[in-house]
Design a protein around this ligand. Structure first.
Ligand SMILES: CC(C)(COP(=O)(O)OP(=O)(O)OC[C@H]1O[C@@H](n2cnc3c(N)ncnc32)[C@H](O)[C@@H]1OP(=O)(O)O)[C@@H](O)C(=O)NCCC(=O)NCCS
Length: 379
């Protein structure tokens, strides 16, 4: 009889695969993509460079980056059939829309049915380009507007904001959004990336893996937390006395509710991504003249830190950052996908390159074996 070890709840600290993409040290608060520290990437890189890094495990030359930018620009257009499905969907949760519409994209992909490495790389690039256009267009259509055609002159971050708002974004907004995309691009075996790798390991296709990852990202314990943070800030309200924030947070903690945007399975220090998002939230608030959301966030951070010793994670300050950028709240989690699709696809390509079916075991805790079968009429 095979002896099965007792699992750690939530597979905490369980190493499930080897990967050359993302390095995490939860004790020192280190996050690095292919060896490059996230702080350096956030200061110097663009999202397109980070995509290249994740897919190729090295930084691109100028010519390689130019090629990738051209491929991303070429991939931005959305199929007309997809726009028809988008308009036909009933109003509802934007992550549900994104999940369905990403699946629809697979039906129009010129490489559909081709699982070769070259085709999968093209699909990774195309999916990354398309998800930006898709989420921006969802924002337009859900807001009652019409789609805006992508602008080939703009980079990925600026083009997203342009397709969402119809206005050329400022340099500050563009850089803030570019950095947000860099910070969210990959995070080792987070729940959605693990889901994507499990799907890829059956030798299914990259669209299916991405759709599964979107399903995992939706949950409030994962990417869904960023919109929950903004709803919490709005519930407290910008007119309220600062003490109201303390009351709301203490009441939640008293009811043993989780405060969205705090805590992390891996980091025991500050989440290094939160450091940048906190600064961006402050800078953008000052630029728009509405510093109230940043101040409120800081007050909540201090309280949760003193009451629960919990640090903010990537989702806490991204809420007020996106809000200052004028992004509708129901797009906050889809925006996470706009960035993380680069990491998901990098992991899927890595999984395909050295695949073995992922099929763990469960520690059985059900009724003792064997049970005697009792005929229906005798039960
Ligand atoms: C991220 C998260 C899922 C990690 O979960 P985890 O490693 O399984 O940690 P647990 O849920 O077991 O929490 C451990 C303890 O800290 C508490 N805790 C963790 N996050 C908390 C939060 N955001 N608010 C209040 N308490 C929290 C738990 O209640 C638990 O306390 P207990 O031991 O007294 O019961 C968790 O911190 C969380 O739910 N955070 C809020 C959602 C969020 O921001 N998700 C985005 C993650 S990037």
């Amino acid at each position: 009889m095979t002896t099965i070890a007792k699992p750690k709840a939530g597979l905490e600290d369980t190493v499930a695969t080897s990967s050359a993409i993302c390095y995490l040290d939860g004790d020192r608060g280190v996050l690095a993509y292919c060896g490059y520290d996230i702080h350096e990437l956030a200061r110097h890189a663009t999202f397109e460079e980070v995509c290249y890094l994740l897919w190729h495990r090295r930084l691109p030359t100028r010519a390689e980056l130019g090629d990738l930018q051209s491929q991303l620009v070429a991939g931005r257009a959305l199929p007309e059939g997809l726009l028809r499905v988008m308009r036909a969907l009933p109003a509802g949760d934007s992550m549900d829309q994104l999940r369905t519409l990403t699946s629809v994209l697979s039906h129009y992909d010129p490489d559909a049915g081709d699982n070769s490495p070259d085709a999968n790389y093209r699909k990774a690039v195309r999916l990354t380009a398309q998800l930006g256009s898709l989420v921006a267009t969802m924002g337009r259509v859900n807001g009652g507007g019409g789609p805006i055609q992508p602008d080939p002159v703009l980079g990925h971050a600026a083009n997203f904001l342009y397709m969402l708002t119809g206005e050329r974004p400022s340099a500050l907004a563009t850089r803030a959004f570019d950095v947000a995309l860099i910070l969210h691009a990959d995070h080792e075996l987070n729940a959605s990336t693990f889901a994507a790798r499990v799907i890829a390991a059956t030798l299914s296709d990259i669209h299916s893996a991405t759709v599964g990852a979107i399903g995992a990202l939706k949950g409030p314990l994962h990417g869904g937390a960023n919109s929950e943070v903004m709803r919490l800030l709005l519930e407290i309200g910008k007119e309220a006395a600062p003490e109201k924030a303390d009351e709301v947070i203490r009441a939640k903690l008293g009811r043993k509710e989780k405060i969205p945007g705090f805590g992390h399975r891996v980091y025991h220090t500050e989440d290094p991504r939160a450091t940048h998002l906190r600064q961006m939230s402050k800078d953008l608030g000052e630029r728009t003249g509405e510093t109230v959301w940043f101040s409120l966030s800081q007050r909540i951070e201090a309280l949760v830190q003193s009451e629960k010793k919990l640090n903010p994670n990537v989702d806490f300050y991204s809420a007020s950052t996106y809000y200052a950028l004028g992004v509708p709240i129901d797009l906050f989690t889809p925006i996470f996908a706009v960035s993380r699709v680069s990491g998901w696809t990098a992991h899927v390509l890595e999984q395909f390159s050295n695949n073995r079916l992922i099929r763990p075991r469960a520690d059985y805790i059900g009724p003792e074996y064997p049970q005697r079968y009792i005929p229906l009429e005798a039960r």
